[in-house]
Design a binder for this molecule. Structure first.
Ligand SMILES: Nc1ncnc2c1ncn2[C@@H]1O[C@H](COP(=O)(O)OP(=O)(O)OP(=O)(O)O)[C@@H](O)[C@H]1O
Ligand SMILES: O=P(O)(O)OC[C@H]1O[C@H](OP(=O)(O)OP(=O)(O)O)[C@H](O)[C@@H]1O
Ligand SMILES: [Mg+2]
Length: 294
């Protein structure tokens, strides 16, 4: 076991968050290979030592110091009451960039309208403590039973309501379920043990990782756009571009033309390009971005 000072042991979540997390690390510049059945992925950075663990357990293992740091959902860090340093929220999810939501859910045709209607009833969930704390906050006394998963199938035959995860809502629709309330929103977080945070080398390594991960996330839905524009329509072109900062404008060799370069949301490109074209822009080039670091 290499316990040398210059190694950072990072836990990555197996399960729902595995693929999006490896994809994000790849965009951040780290190529990770997970061979089948192996929970020790390899990475092209010999200062990193990786472990794949259940998302539910990473917070606890960081707290206890088996891992220096880890990426896992804020929901499980809170549920485990893990005493860790949160370096950052990482705004990605399984399928979209929306957060995971833990929701109180009943069958579409249930008479339950608010949490108060669950007085004396039964609720199944994987997040028992979160659910108990929520009921206590609302002064409702109901039985909360732990569910190992496939929780949607348990209403209405086994329980009156469930508290489960939703992202896109498709599982709820498929199971004809209705949301009564939201208990928590969660994104993955990058967390560190107190000891790793106090170690100058580890802390710097983690801060670099966080910078690269955030840069990769920031660039994810954006593209670069550059074009040549007649100087006479420059003002109109600039007001068409929804850039957060002003675009870069450079003079071309011919005085009547300028080059414009900017970063915009990929979602608006298909509307903007025809407008730029109609304003006389030429040589419009759209290119992908790997990272944006502010
Ligand atoms: N559909 C989803 N969309 C976004 N995030 C999700 C989704 N499902 C789970 N997550 C997030 O992934 C983490 C792990 O989720 P969960 O507890 O459901 O375990 P899992 O990895 O899906 O394994 P399993 O559900 O099979 O036990 C949590 O932090 C959760 O917020
Ligand atoms: O709103 P949606 O986008 O449909 O996401 C919600 C689903 O995602 C999770 O399941 P997961 O993929 O973790 O499988 P699981 O049933 O094994 O937990 C969760 O338990 C829901 O079933
Ligand atoms: Mg799951």
């Amino acid at each position: 076991m290499s316990e040398s000072k210059n190694t950072l042991r990072l836990g990555l979540p197996k399960g729902s968050l595995q693929e999006p997390t490896l994809e994000l690390l790849k965009r951040a510049g780290f190529n990770i290979v997970v061979s089948s059945r192996s929970y020790r992925p390899t990475v092209d950075d010999d200062q990193l030592e990786l472990r794949l663990l259940r998302a539910q357990e990473i917070g606890r293992y960081v707290d206890h110091g088996f891992l220096d740091c880890g990426i896992t959902g804020r929901d499980w860090i809170a549920e485990n009451n893990a005493d860790v340093e949160v370096l950052t929220d990482l705004r990605y999810s399984k399928a979209t960039s929306k957060p995971t939501r833990w929701v109180l859910v009943v069958p579409d045709d249930s008479p339950v309208k608010t949490v108060k209607d669950l007085e004396g009833k039964r609720i199944a969930t994987e997040a028992v403590d979160m659910t108990k704390a929520y009921l206590a906050k609302h002064g409702v006394s109901a039985e909360v039973e732990f569910s190992w998963g496939a929780t949607e199938v348990k209403v209405p035959e086994l329980v009156d309501a469930i508290v489960d995860i939703t992202e896109t809502g498709s599982s709820l629709r498929a199971n004809k379920l209705r949301i009564v309330d939201t208990l928590m929103e969660s994104y993955p977080q990058f967390v560190s043990s107190k000891a790793a945070y106090a170690d100058a080398w580890k802390r710097e390594k983690m801060e670099t990782l966080v910078l690269l991960l955030k840069g990769a996330l920031e660039a994810r839905d954006k593209v670069g756009l550059k074009m040549n524009v007649p100087a006479s329509s420059l003002d109109k072109v600039v007001s068409t571009l929804p850039s957060a900062r002003s675009p870069t404008i450079s003079q071309l060799a011919t005085p009547e033309w300028v080059a414009v370069e900017t970063v915009i949301a990929e979602a608006v490109v298909r509307e903007i390009i025809p407008r730029l074209k109609s304003l006389g822009a030429e040589g419009i080039v759209e290119y992908p971005l790997n990272k944006i670091v502010h």
